[in-house]
Design a protein around this ligand. Structure first.
Ligand SMILES: [Zn+2]
Ligand SMILES: [Zn+2]
Length: 247
């Protein structure tokens, strides 16, 4: 029952949002039928130097960060729209905790624009699946949606090539990762993800892009990547809105 009430709430909210005058979600000035005005768009999608592998911000001109030289990430490359800095945490919060689903459209659109600066058409065509990082079904039910999935759906509307979307399940309800050491995070995530034999066959040899809102240490992503690599996927990239900076 709760699920249906949530569905009705979501649909009503979508309808309500569709009737809103076209004002920029950030500065609230007229935005010519776009979610953000061109000034805000230009101001927040600034060029940043980042590690070509893990996506964290860099202040120097080297291609990779020190962290990547010390720790192994299972994915090939991570692309983030921005570091964890204003206004992105606020935009994600509006989506995740205040249920403003319109922000998923905005974040998906910003991610698409950012991706198009890094990947060309041919590279995009090589991707087989977009997969949002799954939430455990208990958490999914409580929130009513998976923010990564909404961002992924919005993103695909703004990419010039069509990429199949698929979802995976999270088999273990893990404790929050905040405050845990790297080793504790890895233990916490043990057996968090699993694939059925059918999915393994489906994903074998495929180029996958994982979608998430925020990547912090990459422990969750790495754990999911290990499961996918064990199923012989060809390559995994990660696209996210924010990549937190290394301490
Ligand atoms: Zn604006
Ligand atoms: Zn790095």
């Amino acid at each position: 029952m709760k699920k249906y009430i949530h569905l009705i709430y979501q649909q009503t909210q979508k309808l309500f949002e569709a009737c809103l005058p076209s004002l920029c979600l950030l500065c609230h000035l007229p935005s010519k039928n776009s979610l953000v005005c061109e000034y805000c768009h230009e101001a927040i999608l600034t060029e940043r130097s980042y590690c070509l592998r893990c996506g964290c911000g860099l202040s120097h001109t080297q291609p990779f960060c020190g962290e990547c030289l010390q720790h192994h990430f299972e994915f090939t490359q991570l692309h983030a729209v921005a570091s964890y800095q204003s206004p992105f945490p606020e935009l994600i919060k509006q989506l995740k905790y205040n249920n403003h689903l319109l922000y998923a459209d905005l974040l998906g659109q910003l991610l698409a624009n950012s991706i198009l600066q890094r990947y060309n058409q041919a590279q995009l065509q090589e991707i087989d699946y977009l997969i949002p990082v799954p939430l455990h079904k208990k958490k999914h039910r409580k929130r009513g949606f998976n923010q990564a999935q909404l961002i992924s759906e919005a993103l695909s509307k703004h990419l010039p090539v069509e990429i199949t979307q698929t979802t995976l399940t999270r088999s273990k309800l893990t404790n929050a990762q905040e405050g845990l050491t790297r080793h504790q995070r890895t233990l916490n995530l043990k057996h968090a993800f699993s694939l059925t034999e059918e999915r393994k066959v489906e994903l074998k040899g495929k180029h996958i892009v994982l979608i998430d809102d925020v990547v912090t240490t990459g422990a969750t992503i790495n754990s999911l990547c290990q499961v996918l690599l064990a199923a012989d996927v060809k390559r995994i990239d990660v696209w996210c809105i924010c990549r937190t900076e290394l301490q």
